[in-house]
Design a protein around this ligand. Structure first.
Ligand SMILES: C[S@@+](CC[C@H](N)C(=O)[O-])C[C@H]1O[C@@H](n2cnc3c(N)ncnc32)[C@H](O)[C@@H]1O
Length: 206
């Protein structure tokens, strides 16, 4: 397990990274990638949408182009403080401080659950995925963006030491174990690394 797949370590990491997150992040997780991920969803303006690990709100901002309100949850108050600066604390985004693996919502609360760039920090990603499924209504969709497993061996060792990176086979296993039966993956990325991310969209069937 990588050093950042520990909730306390991840919180400490984001206490410092939050100050420069938006600048650094834009090289790895681009507006074009976000557009591609959003294109996998069927969104209606009045959908109830959850963004797990919303951070400073990059994914949230994309979702707000399509829906009126987003519910954003993150375990790092430092990351959410940056998001409050953008969206206000009580505007179109409702914020929750919480844990992806124990979501504070009833079953079937949302039409869409989205999580971009957060699963790699969850110590038990299958538990987190099962939570996304639980809080999404049957017929709804769950979308997760995570880091694709690098193909070069030297990078694999580094990746494994830091956090979760996964390929399509591993994504298949995790989504199945979390109870999903219908899902597909897209690998994408910026021009300099076109398969840096793996995005999975899953239908909630029951
Ligand atoms: C790389 S940032 C992604 C932020 C945003 N979703 C985006 O698209 O830019 C990862 C975020 O996941 C949050 N996070 C990590 N582990 C979490 C957990 N167990 N529960 C909730 N949030 C978590 C971090 O605090 C951080 O804000």
């Amino acid at each position: 397990m990588g050093v950042l797949e520990d909730k306390a370590n991840a919180r400490l990491f984001y206490k410092y990274l939050s100050t420069v997150y938006d600048e650094v992040n834009s090289f790895i997780w681009t507006a074009e990638m976000r557009r591609e991920a959003l294109g996998l969803l069927s969104l209606e303006r009045d959908d109830r949408v959850l963004d797990v690990g919303c951070g400073t709100g990059f994914g949230t901002e994309g979702l707000l182009d399509h829906v009126d309100t987003v519910h954003g949850l993150d375990q790092s108050v430092h990351q959410m403080e940056r998001a409050w600066e953008k969206f206000g604390k009580h505007g179109r985004v409702r914020f929750y401080r919480g844990d992806a693996e124990r979501l504070p919502f009833r079953d079937d609360t949302f039409d869409i659950a989205w999580s971009s760039g957060s699963i790699e920090y969850w110590p038990d990603p299958v538990a987190g995925l099962a939570e996304l499924r639980r809080v999404t209504r049957p017929g709804g969709q769950v979308l997760v963006v995570g880091p694709n497993y690098p193909s070069r061996r030297v990078l694999q060792e580094l990746a494994d030491a830091v956090m979760l990176f996964y390929d399509e086979d591993e994504a298949d296993r995790m989504f199945r174990e979390a109870g999903f039966t219908a899902f597909r993956h897209l690998t994408h990325g910026p021009r300099y690394s076109p398969d840096i991310a793996i995005t999975t969209v899953a239908e909630v069937t029951e």
